[in-house]
Design a protein around this ligand. Structure first.
Ligand SMILES: Cc1ncc(COP(=O)(O)O)c(C=O)c1O
Length: 484
């Protein structure tokens, strides 16, 4: 099993390809989700620590029968929960090839061509965003790690010896920013939550007021985080205005574009991102709106030498001997990881294989799906929008006539139960958001398979499932409500 022959490899490969083709071929007919318990899953997997091996067919059988049916089908066209990409066969092959080569992208000499491919692909992303030619970066595990790396670089840019550092970000900002602040020793409490307007965009007046008050109180403001697509509603902060504030107070401007930034490829959304290229750093996730499978996030720095001063660490075992310039390049100087898989291969294959025009069209179609849902909700007498659609996220509530006169708490409680019931039903999958203290059903279209018809099916599913729910909420434990 450790060292199969070429014929065995072909046999295993054929079985895997057969599975993949069948699985993706009838994906639409499957449920997105199937209610399951931890015990039921564990019972299906032999838990004995194996001293002897199992043949490949035996391993694949467990994957097919115990893992696949008890997983959420993230590639399904009506998987609207969280910010979930579907993956694509092209990238699955790229991952297989990357693991076959098993390149370790620490430094140029360890993986010359893979490192060149990552630098090229990062440069393509830089061009997509319109950053200056000197900007550069690297692939990391995801948006959280990209935000972390950017916060580390931002801290490096400021003299932090004179007082407590402060980061500014809207109340809608993803929790990975606060987590990065905690891990970097800045402290969660030093991430100041700035108020948002009715479109859930940061209020620039409140941003300025908070920075001014902090300066007067002796804090050291050093970074403002702008969102290019918030996780709750997809709001894009006014990036050009935030740049001006950053310049006025000499702050590092970081953009969290983990969810939304690739929507710059869609014509109808492009204007929302004006000024994005002026950021000092940006986090973005090819494993979200480039449809790639996890894990691949990306951080780009406008001035990479600042990131280098945050991350470079000389040690004898990493010393590069006898190499110059391009060949002495080390990714470990620009991010937190040393050993790194060949993430660039799937990004490169996607960009080269699909091309920006088709990717832009797919993103445009996702935007159209979210707008279609919004139009249907607005035209209906049993749903209401909870936030305006900006990109491909939609937040709404079910409020049929029988609930109209109930309190907002009762309507929210009903919608919580409806969400759990919808997830268990399995035809469509939503997650949830809390907006202005109120519960909302939340969906995100991030799949090139999703059609306008799927949005109609989603509303039909909700109406059908709602019929089976009693109007009065029994206090029920909605413990499987989660936010990602
Ligand atoms: C706006 C935003 N930032 C950061 C993240 C974290 O990204 P990741 O899950 O890749 O770490 C997310 C995840 O949904 C997000 O939506």
């Amino acid at each position: 099993m450790l060292d199969p022959s070429a014929d065995e490899i072909r046999d295993w490969g054929n079985s895997v390809m057969q599975f993949m083709a069948d699985y993706l071929g009838d994906l639409r007919d499957r449920n997105v989700y199937r209610h399951m318990s931890s015990r039921r899953i564990r019972d299906r997997v032999d838990q004995t620590l194996p001293s002897k091996g199992t043949d490949f067919e035996g391993l694949l059988k467990v994957f097919r029968e115990a893992i696949v049916p008890f997983s959420r089908q993230n590639a399904h066209p009506r998987m609207f929960g969280y910010v979930q990409s579907p993956g694509t066969p092209l990238a699955a092959f790229a991952d297989l090839l990357a693991s076959t080569l098993n390149a370790n992208l620490t430094v140029w000499r360890s993986a010359p061509a893979p490192v060149e491919l990552e630098r090229l692909t990062i440069d393509w992303i830089r061009q997509i965003l319109g950053f200056n030619a000197e900007a550069s970066g690297l692939f990391v595990s995801g948006g959280s790690m990209a935000n972390f790396a950017a916060m580390a670089a931002a801290r490096q840019a400021k003299d932090c010896s004179s007082g407590r550092l402060r980061i500014y970000a809207s109340s809608e900002t993803h929790f990975s920013i606060a987590k990065a602040a905690a891990l970097l020793g800045i402290g969660r409490d030093n991430v100041r939550q700035v108020a948002v307007d009715k479109h859930f965009r940061i209020r620039v007046d409140d941003l300025i007021a908070k920075i001014t008050a902090d300066l007067e109180a002796g804090y050291v403001p050093f970074c403002v985080v702008a969102n290019a697509g918030t996780v709750n509603t997809g709001a894009v902060d006014p990036l050009a205005e935030i740049r001006k504030v950053a310049d006025r107070f000499q702050l590092w401007m970081h953009v969290d574009g983990s969810y939304g930034a690739f929507a710059v490829l869609a014509k109808s959304a492009r204007k929302l991102f004006a000024g994005i290229e002026q950021a000092d750093s940006i986090a973005l996730d090819p494993h979200k709106w480039l449809y790639l499978p996890v894990d691949v996030g990306c951080v780009i720095y406008r001035a990479p030498e600042i990131a280098r001063s945050a991350f470079a660490h000389e040690a004898e075992y990493t010393r590069i001997i006898g190499e110059k310039a391009d060949e002495a390049f080390a990714f470990w100087d620009y991010g937190p990881e040393l050993s790194r898989r060949f993430r660039a291969l799937k990004v490169w294959m996607l960009l080269k294989g699909v091309g920006l025009d088709s990717l832009g069209e797919a993103i445009e179609s996702n935007l159209a799906c979210a707008r279609h849902l919004q139009s249907m909700v607005r035209a209906s007498d049993d749903f209401e929008m909870a936030a305006p659609v900006e990109l491909s996220i939609f937040c709404f509530r079910y409020v049929p006539v029988r609930l109209r006169n109930d309190s907002s708490q009762a309507i929210d409680a009903f919608n919580e139960r409806l969400l759990v019931a919808l997830q268990r039903d399995g035809s469509s999958y939503l997650s949830n958001a809390t907006l202005g203290g109120r519960f909302a059903l939340r969906g995100c279209v991030l799949n090139y398979r999703t059609t306008l018809r799927d949005m109609e099916i989603l509303l039909d599913d909700l109406r059908r499932v709602a019929k089976s729910l009693p109007a009065s909420p029994q206090a029920r434990n909605a413990s499987n409500l989660t936010t990602e």
